[in-house]
Design a protein around this ligand. Structure first.
Ligand code: GLC
Length: 615
């Protein structure tokens, strides 16, 4: 990587090296080294099966990896397990070890992600919604060689076409994983982290092209296949999808970022740092960072991605620098910085990480922020400013301000816009990006409160009958036709185009607890409880007020269930939100305030000498 050549160009003005950035870099992170892992061009980690079996046995205490029976076989990660071995291992190791306990005892042997024979999801009887949700979540657990390793995306018995909803999606598993962590059931999360790590360096190609080595899959499936040459035995195979089979061939950029966030939450919650300290896990973190921090053609510190590279995994006009990716990127950088263990020779990586944190933080806070005052500023922008100290740096034409925005923006409150590119601001409100900017402290304290103020002020639009709109407003008419390519699934106020997604409850809960305003999440949870179980835990809701179950929504969608559970668990124990939140440290705060005082937007006047700041 070219991190050693990184030059952070900031208009220095009053900014001096000693004032901020230098001290930030000196103090912030221990020396670390970055060593390329032994990977060949095809993406197979040559030492992987050996490394996996030796490291996992010693470092992963008490779990039931059948490591000696697992190996790389061509493209697949294969574990050979006789049917009776699997059943035995489920009884003897999975159940008692850490808590997939009492409820599971009464269940039939797990059939991956399928409702058990008596698992009528509707039969709530006198059970609380929470109890029902736990039953459903446990029924969605996927096993690999007897160990729980994830949860299936949806468990809808009424659905005629499964597509890939029978797979474990990385992003979908995050609320499941957190629910299990908060319940003290750690094995499934540890297994998920370690097995998905094995998939990271998979051979993956699309029409002969291989994406970067650090890419984490979007989803994976456990397949049981007959063992070559022995009909009495089967073997289990982990079959990842990096987007090469996904609709639209979208790149799962968010997977690796979520993986890092979950890894940090695992360590914080369990106090067991041995997983994040493992050599293979450290290497996995570095591979993700390397991919994200690689130099490219981009002018901005934000991560440049194609459309549909996150939760919104279809064409929705979110290519470029979408907020959701930036918030997760920032969060992953902060978490990685906390977890990387000191090692000689990784100065370049750490320097690149720190540079990026400062620049990204400044860029988003300054240029993505929108409130009434900023709209008025944009409304009066001069354009075509060719200069170093342009106020309208991105050449935004005031006519871009959409008519809905003036009504939508409350007097008190604001939010981070969806995307920023040359001559283009996407003014839509994207919920996940805004909430995760609060959680990760990408937004300032004032901005974080203002985002929550806006959610409260615009409750009827953003929460309405079912939390929580994925984005606002929907694209309609010609705009929908051009931007989505006439996508019949993303019609106005449906699915990704202004639909409501109950899973977002958990992110709302973390954000509102962090800001000391849990009552916002409580209100949203109460609202969800009125319908969500009766409606069979849909994936999403449609219409402006979220009154209908989504047109093509799956029922018993796992992350709707897990999102609700995480919200309930955190509201009952708000202190646990700190496993997920990050507080801004004083080094970053200083660096930001120095950069802000040097920003020409606030100091338009005679041109100052421009100096690159070399770190
Ligand atoms: C849809 C969602 C995506 C999710 C997947 C599985 O494609 O857009 O975010 O991961 O379903 O639930």
């Amino acid at each position: 990587m070219a991190a050693s050549e990184t030059v952070l160009r900031v208009p220095l003005g009053s900014l001096s090296q000693s004032c901020c950035l230098a001290s930030f870099f000196v103090n912030s992170t221990p020396n670390l080294s970055f060593k390329p892992v032994s990977i060949n061009r095809k993406g197979v980690r040559c030492t992987s099966s050996h490394e996996f079996s030796t490291v996992s046995n010693s470092a992963v205490r008490g779990n039931s990896f059948h490591s000696s029976n697992c190996s790389l076989k061509g493209k697949k990660f294969v574990c050979k397990c006789q049917k009776h071995d699997v059943e035995e291992s489920i009884r003897s190791t999975v159940l008692p070890s850490d808590g997939l306990k009492s409820d599971l005892d009464e269940m039939p042997l797990p059939v991956n992600g399928s409702l058990s024979s008596n698992g009528n999801a509707q039969s709530v009887g006198t059970k609380s919604i929470e109890d029902e949700a736990w039953d459903l979540l446990r029924q969605s657990v996927v096993f690999y060689c007897g160990s729980p390793i994830g949860t299936i995306a949806a468990n809808d018995p009424s659905s005629t076409s499964v597509l890939n909803y029978d797979q474990v999606f990385i992003r979908d598993f995050i609320p499941s994983g957190i629910a299990f962590l908060l319940k003290g059931e750690y094995d499934i999360v540890r297994n998920f982290i370690l097995y998905t790590l094995q998939l990271q360096s998979w051979e993956k190609t699309m029409d002969c092209h291989s994406p970067g080595q650090g890419l984490m899959p979007c989803s994976f499936k456990v397949k049981t296949v007959p063992l070559d040459g022995d009909d009495s035995m089967t073997e289990e195979v982990l079959d990842p999808d990096f987007g090469e089979a996904a609709i639209g061939r979208v790149a799962p950029v968010d997977s690796g970022l979520w993986w890092i966030i979950l890894l940090r939450a695992y360590g914080k919650c369990t106090g067991d740092l041995s997983v994040q300290e493992r050599v293979d896990v450290q290497t996995g973190i570095k591979m993700i960072l390397k991919l994200c921090l690689a130099d490219g053609f981009d002018m901005f510190p934000t991560l440049l991605v194609t459309d549909g590279s996150c939760m919104i995994d279809r064409r929705m006009g979110i290519h470029g620098h979408p907020l959701e990716i930036q918030a997760l990127f920032y969060s992953a950088l902060v978490c990685a910085r906390e977890m990387l263990t000191p090692e000689d020779g990784s100065d370049d990586l750490i320097r690149a990480l720190n540079n990026r944190l400062v620049a990204l933080n400044f860029h988003i806070r300054e240029y993505y922020w929108l409130d009434l005052k900023k709209i008025n500023e944009i409304y009066r922008y001069q354009t075509e400013e060719y200069s170093y100290d342009a106020v309208n740096k991105f050449n935004i034409y005031p006519d871009q301000i959409p008519s809905w925005l003036v009504d939508f923006m409350p007097n008190r409150g604001g939010y981070l816009i969806g995307n920023l590119q040359p001559a283009h601001m996407d003014f839509r409100f994207f919920t996940l990006g805004n909430l995760w900017s609060i959680v990760s402290s990408l937004a300032t304290n004032d901005q974080s409160h203002a985002i929550l103020d806006l959610i409260e002020a615009k409750w009827a639009e953003l929460v309405a009958d079912m939390p929580l709109k994925i984005c606002y407003p929907a694209m309609e008419g010609e705009e929908w036709r051009i931007i989505t390519g006439s996508d019949p699934k993303n019609t106005p106020w449906s699915y990704h185009n202004g639909g409501a997604w109950p899973t977002l409850l958990w992110q709302l809960t973390v954000a509102s607890i962090k800001m000391g305003r849990p009552e916002i999440a409580e209100k949203a949870v109460e609202l969800a409880e009125r319908r969500i179980s009766l409606d069979k835990w849909p994936e999403y809701y449609d219409t402006k007020r979220a009154r209908f179950i989504g047109k093509q929504a799956r029922l018993y969608q796992t992350w709707s269930i897990a999102g609700y559970l995480v919200a309930k668990l955190l509201l009952a124990n708000p202190a646990a939100a700190k496993f997920l939140t990050s507080e801004e440290d004083s080094d970053l705060r200083n660096a930001f305030s120095c950069m802000i005082s040097a920003n020409p937007r606030r100091t338009r006047g005679p041109k100052k000498a421009q100096q690159p700041f070399i770190v």
